[in-house]
Design a protein around this ligand. Structure first.
Ligand SMILES: [Zn+2]
Ligand SMILES: [Zn+2]
Length: 140
């Protein structure tokens, strides 16, 4: 819960009201071990707060994303997941066959950033990428 106070603190410092819905949405994101989807957040929050509707969840996620407090990732097949900024920068290798997700540190893509900078003078924001392919098992 410490970390959710963190996001909550940042939100209120920027002048956003901490409504009960927002706090519950923050807690759902902070407490999930993996990338949580808007639908999963909704079903958790609605269990204790039946008045919420899913568009509130979408709007809150959009706000948190704009403020840089959460990261969004496209996990393929229309699945969008979120996790808190406090989890640090990383990327994911996603197997398109079995769906396995392998986490890799952001430094793995530093060479690509360097190449893009050198060849195109382009400073790429490689913050939270899903790279699709086949895992070791599925290549057999
Ligand atoms: Zn991630
Ligand atoms: Zn696989």
């Amino acid at each position: 819960m410490e970390r959710s106070r963190d996001i909550a603190g940042k939100l209120s410092r920027q002048g956003y009201r901490l409504t009960p819905q927002r706090v519950m949405i923050l807690d759902a994101i902070e407490n999930s071990d993996n990338h949580i989807s808007a639908e999963e957040i909704y079903s958790q929050v609605v269990a204790t707060y039946p008045k919420i509707n899913i568009s509130t969840v979408y709007r809150t996620l959009e706000l948190l994303k704009q403020l840089g407090l959460i990261y969004e990732i496209d996990l393929g097949e229309g699945r969008i997941g979120y996790h808190p900024e406090s989890r640090g920068h990383h990327h994911h290798l996603i197997c398109r066959n079995c769906g396995a997700v392998i986490d890799v540190g952001e430094s793995v893509l530093f060479p690509i950033q360097a190449i893009l900078l050198q060849a195109f003078e382009f400073r790429a924001d490689l913050r939270h990428l899903a790279i699709f392919g086949l895992c070791k098992n599925c290549q057999k």
